[in-house]
Design a protein around this ligand. Structure first.
Ligand code: TRP
Length: 341
């Protein structure tokens, strides 16, 4: 596809923080949709390392995870020729616009953000200003590229609403500058829950690794995690199994991996022992993740290839972002460098 054709597609933008391990929940909730939407949108997929440091990270781990996450985007089927995949800190315009947007975001708005409240409880030894103003950085990520669509999970809807408010506020104060993005809420939103505590969402940063299925877990680990996943005291699958959070979640995972309706899965296994179902679930999971992991390993063996994709994408991103940023600078009254008048 030519550059000009690509530029005409509407823009879909999303980001994942390089913390923890990409998990099945990320694949089902986010990455799978990116892959499915790439025909119709120009995808901008960002590894948001600047967001990740709002919580303390080990430098070596952060560095490795940025590359590993980008390689997993590719292994999941994002076509690097058709999309833009980069590391946030490679594009300085994110930090620059975030500062400006901080000045158009009210403390009253930030005080209402539930993710800030949750994270400050969990990391109460490090409630830093970055954690607080993080939504302004996320707004910058989105607004820099005049994004049309932002696929987000329920936990990010509030941040996207705030992004829309900030964009409208800026546009109304000056003149139309930012496209006001729409949220994309996936249909049939199968929510993947934690394996040990199925009342909560599967989180890639859970301190207990038995709670999530990492996309890079080797087969023996996958089998062990499924075996240990909590169920209930019944022993076999019945239509009621869907009401139980633990076994219901495993049925959902099976249905997602095999592209089946969850009721079909219940019919297929009705009357079977949990252990039999879990064995088949583990087989499906291994069959699903093995080719993904092979593609991942191949990409990681060719670091030069990955680096060149990230570099070229960052270059394109800087070009797109600088167009928006210079408009913003002009509208708020900053003097253009080299042309003091
Ligand atoms: N805040 C998001 C999260 O914690 C990650 C994120 C950062 C993001 N920038 C974004 C998501 C832009 C969508 C668009 O999951």
């Amino acid at each position: 596809m030519s550059e000009s054709q690509k530029d005409k597609k509407p823009i879909l933008l999303s980001g994942i923080q390089p913390s923890g391990h990409l998990a099945l929940g990320n694949y089902v909730g986010a990455m799978r949709n990116w892959v499915n939407l790439q025909e119709d949108y120009l995808g901008i997929f960002i590894v948001v390392d600047m967001h990740a440091i709002t919580v303390r990270q080990k430098p070596a781990d952060l560095r490795n995870r940025c590359l590993s996450f980008a390689a997993q985007y590719l292994a999941a089927g994002i076509d690097p020729e058709e999309n833009i995949i980069f590391i946030q800190s490679h594009v300085p315009q994110h930090a620059e616009l975030a500062w400006i947007l901080n000045c158009y975001t009210y403390m009253g708005e930030l005080n209402r953000m539930t993710q800030f409240k949750d994270k400050s409880k969990r990391h109460n030894d490090n409630i830093n200003a970055g954690l607080y103003s993080y939504p302004a950085l996320m707004a910058a990520d989105i607004l820099l590229y005049q994004s049309d669509l932002v696929p987000v999970g329920a936990d990010q809807k509030q941040h996207l609403e705030l992004t829309r408010d900030i964009a409208n506020r800026f546009n109304n104060t000056y003149s139309p500058t930012f496209k006001v993005p729409k949220p994309f809420i996936p249909k049939a939103g199968a929510r993947i829950m934690s394996l040990q505590e199925p009342e909560k969402k599967m989180s890639k940063s859970d301190s207990n690794a038995n709670n999530y299925i990492a996309l890079l877990d080797p087969p023996d680990v996958l089998r062990r995690k499924i075996k240990r996943a909590v169920t209930d005291s019944a022993r076999e699958i019945t239509p009621d199994s869907l009401q139980n959070p633990g076994i219901g979640n495993l049925l959902t995972i099976f249905s997602t991996l095999n592209d089946l309706d969850v009721n079909e899965v219940v019919n297929r296994f009705a009357g079977q022992q949990y252990s039999v179902f879990k064995g088949e679930l583990a087989d499906s999971l291994v069959a699903f993740l093995e080719p993904f992991q092979q593609r991942y390993n191949k990409i990681m063996d060719e670091k030069g290839y990955l680096t060149s994709i990230l570099d070229e994408s960052a270059q394109r991103a800087r070009y797109m972002a600088s167009k928006t940023l210079s408009k913003v600078y002009r509208k708020i009254g900053f003097v253009a460098p080299g042309r003091p008048r």
